[in-house]
Design a protein around this ligand. Sequence first.
Ligand code: AMP
Length: 421
Amino acid sequence: MTEDASPKKELAAIKGTKDILPGEVEKWQALEGLARETFELYGYRELRAPLLEATELFEKGTGETSDIVTKEMYTFTDKGGRSLTLRPEYTPSVVRAIIEHRLDLQPEPMRYYYMGPMFRYDKPQKGRYRQFHQVDIEVFGEKDAAVDAEVIEMADTLLRKLGVEERETLVNSVGCRACRPAYSQALRAEAQKRKNDLCPDCQRKAETNPLRIFDCKVESCQTVARSFPLIQDFLCGECISHFNKLLLFLNQYRIIYRVEPRLVRGIDYYTKTTFEIVSGHLGAQNALLGGGRYDDMMKEFGGPDICGIGFAMGMERVLAVAELAPAKRKSLYLAYLGEEAKKAGLELARFLRANGVECLVEFKDRGMKAHFGRANKLEAAWVLIVGEDEMKKGRFGLKEMATGRQVDGTRDELLTILRGE
Ligand code: AMP
């Protein structure tokens, strides 16, 4: 594109957002197809929630002390004076939808998946965007650690299908309402002692939610966090037993994992299990997906006391390391000569499309040579030739571009060839 042809700066796509163009979109479609197919095999169904939600939903769900809520939300006041937010993550929306539609009263299993854009005002860099896309799954009403393992196994299966070879699974437990307060207190005490070594943001977190210091990217804070007490030493009996069962089930699935005691994840609602799958090839933004259990959110939203667990996978990051080879298109280019042939050609295209053949039809007057030139450019697999002669005979020419082989036949005969029957 010449400089003159690019849009004015103010009309260009905004920082941290991207167009996904034909040529690239096929990989997205392949990922979406594989995700859908995999999740449906485990009994998940799609649930589509709006992009816009009330701001309080994320403040209450994602958590008032999380980086997402304090720094990264796209929040605005609409014309009715209501504070709305472009969703930064999906879980709170699903929980809201369940309560709103009383999905807990339906006989179907509460297993949902979704794919779509999320919005976070973070500093854009490789692997981090302001509009990015997640594949998200959530399960409700299953307390057993077996489901935690199944969710991780499903994520692993999907990544394997996507050809993501070098991946590592990290797991942890962040405790529950019963045992986390003592841990937070110990962390707070430790953070107070080291306050002068923390960045201003973490000094504030030391007061509000010391667990969040583990999320800080500042090197000196990470050094301090490495000396903090570990959650393992504070877990209650129930959390220890849940975690041990999770590890047993992971072993049964032959998932190779590493227990990472500092994996608290950047969202406030997690209880018990947290996990991440990271890639060896992505540099700083190496998390392909992350998730965990959130047993209290539904109740805190005023709904029934139903536990939940889920994960969100970053589509951009997975696509950066996936080995996907979308099937090459096999399209047919219609080459017609003159008005009458055009009409007959359009009828043929309609017939072929109705029978599953992709037809490219353009409405510029072209000679036969120009038609073939254009078909080549479009990388058409076939050219269908419709001229006066062909119309008279009711037999049309079909040229296979890769081999140069040309045949003629009635439309039904050609359809058989095109279908490879
Ligand atoms: P989270 O919702 O923060 O647990 O993130 C889940 C996954 O979404 C991460 O593991 C990333 O793969 C992806 N992700 C999160 N934030 C971004 C972002 N700003 N840009 C691209 N991918 C992201």
